[in-house]
Design a protein around this ligand. Structure first.
Ligand SMILES: *Cc1c(COP(=O)(O)O)cnc(C)c1O
Length: 464
């Protein structure tokens, strides 16, 4: 018992540990209970110990935990993964122009639901909706929290009475990342899935045979995050629209990524179907994400027939997934930018800029960074090599965009690629690359040009 007391007393006091964490940018209201819990845990273990605790070691271990917490605060990182729409890194960056307007609307009060003409309550997001409809060449459009919510809402407005079945091809029942599967989203809405065809082949007669009085709609899901090759066939949208309309049914197209520019003209990659094309082919309603290839904030856009969009907005669930002024401003400004740059110009949307950046420009930037780093750091070698970028975020699985990477190949006795990667993650701001073929790669396609200098500094520091 006596020695147990000695062991207990060897633990540092809460105040002492907190004092050692005072420099961390974490509020003490968050730190204090964690420190107490950590010390309580050690106190409980004390009964099994024969030696006193090393107070410095205990403090250092609690500090490591607190540092990891501090590092998890949302903050900017340099994305050198080459993945343009990286879901773990926040998908699309917002444009400077949209952010400038956001400062004004969200940093104060704004007319989000106020009609300045009449001085009364006004429609929410009317302007953004008008711009979205024009961009998608749709009768009407609106937006909600994300594309999954848009899909859910679309199903809700079509289900009723005995009509509960949604016809969808087996080849399109995809998982959209993070373990969320399209079929599960569909079923939570109360829909009954009527899967048709097989994984690789679905014909128009498969759809036709599945139509019954219980059918609520036909759904086509754009297979945006994987690709089936070989012996495949699927039904074109126009043919499917004819079938649906012959039976008085709506055709809904979940586009997912929602490119509104011809991606094949921006970069040497595939053509991603656009909402305009889907609607022109006869889809009654389309939905897509705001933060994939549109390059806006997280949102789910619905566009198409005016009566269906109006029904979606009247559904009580719409209120649960509506966007706030921050999202509405960013969507409005992003879409306005597209509409203002229709004459062949690329809008100021970062993902589009990244997509369209010529390899030559990337190579020049890479040479320049490598030159600076190699001149100052003798201990390691930075090479410039051809690389491949991906759109990511569940978009265009087969599209490989030519790019350029800085390649950090370890020298004998130098740090291994994994430990170099860890050093760069600890840099302020953190730099994220990928390890491939025994070397750390930093892909420049997703690095903003003004970040080049910071990147060079981070490399110089990591390579000492
Ligand atoms: C990404 C994706 C979704 C989900 O979009 P969120 O905006 O992340 O909810 C739905 N359908 C398809 C086809 C997708 O690619």
């Amino acid at each position: 018992m006596g020695s147990s007391n000695v062991i207990l007393r060897s633990l540092p006091a809460v105040d002492k540990v907190l004092a050692a964490l005072a420099d961390l940018p974490v509020p003490s209201a968050v730190l204090t209970p964690r420190v107490r819990a950590a010390l309580d845990g050690l106190r409980a273990q004390s009964w099994e110990r024969t030696e006193p605790w090393d107070a410095d070691e205990v403090t250092a271990s609690i500090r490591r935990d607190a540092e990891a917490l501090a590092a998890s605060r949302l903050r900017p990182v340099i994305n050198a993964t080459g993945v343009l729409i990286h879901t773990n890194l926040g998908r699309s960056p917002a444009s400077a122009r949209a952010l400038a307007h956001l400062m004004a609307t969200a940093g104060g009060y704004c007319n989000v639901e106020f009609d300045l003409e009449s001085g009364k309550r006004g429609p929410r997001a009317g302007y953004a909706e008008a711009c979205l409809a024009a961009l998608c060449e749709a009768e009407a459009a609106t937006m909600v929290n994300n594309c999954a919510a848009a899909l859910f809402l679309i199903l809700r407005i079509h289900l009723g009475g005995d009509r509960r079945e949604v016809i969808v091809s087996r080849g399109e029942l995809v998982e959209i990342g993070g373990g969320f599967r399209i079929p599960e989203i569909l079923e939570t809405s109360g829909a009954v899935l009527r899967e048709v065809g097989t994984t690789n082949k679905t014909g128009i007669e498969d759809y036709a045979r599945a139509i019954t009085p219980a059918t609520a709609l036909i759904l086509k899901v754009h297979r945006s995050n994987f690709h089936i090759e070989g012996f495949t066939s699927e039904v074109g949208l126009a043919e499917l629209a004819n079938l649906a309309h012959d039976h008085g049914l709506p055709l809904v197209h979940d586009l997912g990524s929602g490119a509104v520019m011809a991606t094949d003209q921006l970069a040497p990659i595939d053509h991603e179907p656009t909402p305009m094309e889907s609607l022109a082919s006869g889809a009654d309603l389309v939905c897509f994400s705001g933060d994939k290839l549109l390059g806006g904030p997280q949102a789910g856009i619905l566009a198409g027939r005016a009566d269906l969009v109006a029904a979606a907005k009247k559904d009580p669930f719409f209120r649960a997934v509506r966007c706030d002024k921050v999202i509405l401003t960013l969507v409005q400004e992003t879409v306005t930018d597209y509409l203002a740059s229709r004459d062949g110009k690329t809008p100021e949307v970062p993902v589009l800029r990244f997509l369209a950046e010529p390899v030559e420009t990337l190579r020049q930037r890479a040479e320049s960074i490598a030159g600076t780093v190699n001149a100052t750091v003798g201990a390691a070698r930075v090479e410039v090599a051809a690389a491949v970028s991906r759109t990511g975020g569940g978009t265009m699985p087969t599209s490989a965009i030519p790019s350029v990477a800085l390649v950090l190949r370890p020298r004998d006795g130098g740090p291994r690629p994994d430990s170099l990667a860890a050093r760069l993650r600890r840099h302020e701001p953190p730099v994220l690359g990928y390890v491939e073929d025994g070397a750390l790669h930093l892909n420049l396609r997703t690095v903003f040009p003004p970040q080049d200098e910071t990147l060079a500094r981070a490399l110089a520091q990591a390579l000492v």
